[in-house]
Design a protein around this ligand. Structure first.
Ligand SMILES: Cc1ncc(COP(=O)(O)O)c(C=O)c1O
Length: 442
């Protein structure tokens, strides 16, 4: 046992967890290094999910830990309202030098947050405030997409499109949704981007016709939808969304909380697809998951438009106690160095073919209805058991864990997104372990 005094499980209210079920049969992780977790009983668990899509450089990176420790002893915390500290400016400058789409895309203004959810709410608020600052104050509506996941703030669940995250809560007024792009009849088992569905971007025209462009501030999408079960954009879809949003003066927000920092084999999805939005939300891989932090990249045009009025005026009444936290900045700076030294922001591109072939090798196993991959992400969709949506996926998740593989499950789709340091042989191990679990769950 790595944990000598096992604590009571009673007091911690666990997030996105069936608390009573978990506490009856807990899965407790105690240590992590490289590609592996170690559980409290000392068993090794291969990390097929980079923690929660965030530990892109693998676990236990000394460079990051050392930088954080040094920063905490130098200056643990400093306020960021009407105050600053050099490391946050340094981090913003270094991020801007590697901004989504490269410097020429102009997404070089960085607003720090504490998480992906905060990044999403920040981006939505920036979009609405920007529209007002350019004399478009009637544009307060924000558009999301069915099956989207944008975190758990009220803004994020409102533009999000996952029913379980929405049904219990009141939502922002004035929100509408594009249809999702999942078309299993025409696109199943396709390698690469789906052929069919670019025209679904025309849904934005439909919403403009319904609400009036002058009421719409922004549209937000995940370039590759992750949490709903890995949905890839159809060929030409994002380009079309960009063209329509631009035509109507609607800001386009890409939520890159998952796709940012190398997941697709390029630094950002903006680079992968060559489509430049106005705002990009990030978190997770920003600090390799070592400390909580998010960042919104805003275009220079958006930022400059907000820098009006008297110089003594606060331009955006928004920010968090932990915006630009010094220790998180130190983690982020060290993370960027690790990514660069090891070429991790493009490593997924070298592995993508092997990854794709390995995952598609599962085709034909019981109940698999689709396999989707891009970069180092995979979604393996299984048919649901009658009257028990999600049960098969959950059983496979638990079975894999007990055998030493961490996968992620949403509904009956298994998602894999390992640290970007993964080796080919570890990919093969993942596929073989997952395949065995899928057979056992048949
Ligand atoms: C696309 C996307 N946006 C936002 C979030 C929310 O991030 P966080 O959990 O850090 O608030 C997530 C988390 O998975 C995400 O995948």
């Amino acid at each position: 046992m790595l944990m000598s005094n096992t604590p009571s499980l009673e007091n911690y209210w666990m997030p996105f967890t069936a608390n009573r079920q978990f506490k009856a049969a807990p899965r407790l992780l105690a240590a992590a290094k490289g590609m592996y977790y170690t559980d409290v009983d000392g068993a090794q668990v291969l990390d097929g999910t980079a923690g929660l899509w965030c530990v892109n450089a693998g676990h236990g990176r000394e460079k990051i830990a050392d930088a954080v420790a040094r920063q905490l002893m130098t200056m643990d915390y400093a306020p960021s309202f009407q105050m600053g500290h050099p490391i946050v400016f340094d981090f913003a400058e270094k991020l801007a030098a590697r901004a989504p789409g490269g410097k020429e895309a102009g997404l070089t203004k960085v607003f720090f947050t504490g998480s992906g959810s905060e990044s999403v709410d920040t981006a939505l608020k920036i979009a609405i405030a920007y529209q007002r600052s350019i004399g478009q104050g009637t544009r307060t509506r924000v558009i999301g997409r069915e099956r989207g996941y944008h975190g758990v703030g009220f803004g994020g669940i409102s533009v999000g499109g996952l029913v379980n995250n929405r049904r219990v809560f009141p939502l922002l007024p004035g929100v509408d949704h594009l249809r999702h792009t999942h078309d299993p009849v025409r696109n199943s088992f396709v390698k690469g981007l789906p052929e069919y569905g670019a025209d679904l971007a025309d849904d934005l025209e439909r919403l403009v016709a319904l609400h009036g462009a002058e009421t719409i501030a922004a549209v937000i999408v995940e370039p590759v939808a992750g949490s709903t079960g890995v949905l890839l954009p159809p060929k030409g879809y994002l380009e079309r969304l960009r063209a329509i949003s631009k035509k109507h003066g609607i800001l386009l927000i890409f939520d890159e909380v998952i796709t940012g920092f190398g997941r697709l084999g390029t630094p950002f999805a903006v680079d992968y697809f060559g489509v430049v939005p106005d705002l990009v939300t990030t978190a997770k891989g920003l600090t390799n998951g070592a400390l909580p932090m998010g960042a919104v990249f805003a275009s220079e045009a958006v930022y400059e438009a907000m820098m009006n009025g008297p110089e003594s005026q606060i331009e955006l009444f928004h920010g968090y106690t932990y915006s630009g936290h010094p220790a998180a900045c130190a983690a982020g700076l060290a993370t960027l160095e690790v990514y660069e030294e090891e070429g991790l922001l493009t490593r997924a591109a070298d592995l993508a073919d092997h990854w794709q072939d390995a995952m598609h090798g599962l085709k034909g196993l019981p109940n698999i209805v689709d396999i989707r991959t891009i970069g180092l992400v995979a979604g393996i969709e299984l048919s649901s058991r009658p009257e028990a949506a999600g049960a098969r996926g959950y059983d496979i998740f638990v079975d894999c864990f007990n055998k030493g593989l961490l996968v992620r499950v949403t509904g009956d789709t298994i998602a894999l997104s390992p640290p970007l340091i993964v080796e080919k042989q570890q990919i093969d191990t993942m596929v073989s372990m997952l395949g065995d679990a899928i057979k056992r769950a048949a």
